[in-house]
Design a protein around this ligand. Structure first.
Ligand SMILES: [Zn+2]
Length: 408
């Protein structure tokens, strides 16, 4: 053994403490007691979870509030302002901001990330050139996957497709989409499926920003996933229309997603901030009810999306915070649903990204996070702090628990 985490509590086993033996970057043993001549880390009965999985973030356009207006707070302003700011990005600037945001993710226990990277004739590949070096530079702490996508449209924006293909050749892993900014949204979806199949890559689309429960885009993506036999390799983000769907339609959509193998990432911070701006009162919140979709068989994750830009002028990159925010706004109250909120930033998120060998099991990579609590539901409800993280067995994060200094 290289090290032993002593006295850990695993998700789903609240009454048993175990030792986790780590060797060669992997979990070598899990047992009530392991003894070996090696480093011993005292966990003190705290929760040890697999590292958090961020399925959807935008490192390249994070931290630009100092150069953008965010006054109307709606989607049109966000697209306009970021597009304007983007014209001034160079690779060094993107690199510095992306690095700052990435380090926050790591400090909050995240060990897998899919970041969406914009390419179009305006920014060219400069955003990608800024983010790409971070994949290797931070491999000690995080597996960073790049999803190349056309924020400013594809079919309406000549030259974008060629840049996307160049971005995927240069190190992109997944192909993205943004049909809501295209003059022909359905055409963009179909083109992205053709490209993904040709390249053999997974798809992750930004899908709709509407409150029209009859919007057909999600069903169209499900049809495409079946037609192309790409089930299990397709994720969609937002799908705010689902927040407006009555229960029966929601269940039908979830069943369709399950059949077609299309998973959903809900992005609570952005959807809460951008949606319902036209309402003077009782604003609709626009957050798709992920835990109810899970009950009906679809897979979902919760993720951060934008950080400190006009799409979302908030963000500390804590997935525990996202799970808590979602639980609060989506009326989650039962213990089982609270546990599902935790799964949506761990095992369910890993499944969405097709991460192999994920979870606290012998033989898996020792990608672990230690939380100052005992159970997943407590972590979500109480925003439990991350006290340590490990990537392939090596400690990457340490945070000391807060202390009270009583008088006398
Ligand atoms: Zn996004």
């Amino acid at each position: 053994m290289d090290s032993i985490l002593r006295g850990a509590r695993l998700p789903g086993q609240p009454h048993d403490l175990v030792d986790i033996g780590i060797a060669g970057g992997k979990i070598a043993a899990i047992a009530p007691r392991i003894d070996a001549e090696c480093e011993i880390v005292d966990i003190g009965g705290r929760l040890v979870s697999p590292g958090f999985v961020e399925t959807h973030i935008h490192l390249d356009k994070s931290c630009i509030l100092d150069r953008c207006r965010a006054e109307a707070g709606d989607l049109a302003e966000a697209i306009r302002e970021v597009s304007r700011a983007k014209a001034g990005f160079d690779a060094a600037d993107v690199y510095e901001r992306a690095k700052r945001t990435l380090e926050k993710c790591i400090l909050n226990g995240t060990t897998y990330i899919r970041t969406h990277v914009e390419v179009d004739p305006g920014i060219g590949l400069r955003g990608l050139e800024g983010v790409l070096p971070l994949v290797k530079e931070y491999a000690w702490a995080v597996d960073l996957e790049l999803c190349i996508f056309p924020q400013e449209g594809l079919l309406n924006n000549p030259g974008t497709e060629e840049l996307m293909l160049a971005g995927l050749r240069a190190g992109g892993h997944v192909i993205g989409a943004c049909p809501y900014t295209d003059t022909h949204p359905a055409g963009q979806v179909e083109r992205i499926f053709d490209l993904a199949r040709g390249l053999g890559v997974d798809i992750d689309m930004h899908l709709d920003f509407s409150l029209d429960a009859n919007d057909p885009q999600l069903l169209h993506v499900c049809d495409c996933a079946e037609k192309h036999r790409w089930g299990g390799r397709v994720a969609v983000g937002h799908v705010t229309t689902l927040s407006a769907a009555p229960a029966a339609e929601l269940a039908a959509a979830a069943a369709r997603m399950r059949e077609a193998g299309v998973a959903l990432t809900v992005l609570p911070a952005t959807d809460l901030y951008l949606m319902g701006r036209e309402s003077e009162a009782r604003a609709p919140r626009g957050v798709a009810p992920a835990h109810r979709l899970l009950q009906a068989g679809a897979n979902c994750s919760l993720a951060t999306n934008n950080v400190l830009n006009p799409f979302t002028p908030f963000g500390d990159c804590s997935l525990i915070r996202m799970a808590n925010l979602y639980a609060n706004v989506a009326h989650v109250g039962t213990r089982d649903d609270m546990i599902e909120c935790f799964r949506m930033i761990t095992s369910r998120a890993a499944a969405l990204m097709n991460v192999r060998g994920y979870g606290v099991e012998v033989g898996h990579a020792a990608d672990l996070v230690v939380l100052d609590c005992h159970t997943p539901e407590q972590a979500v409800a109480e925003l439990a702090p991350v006290l340590a993280a490990f990537k392939r067995g090596r400690r990457t994060v340490t945070r000391r628990p807060a202390e009270l200094h009583r008088p006398g």
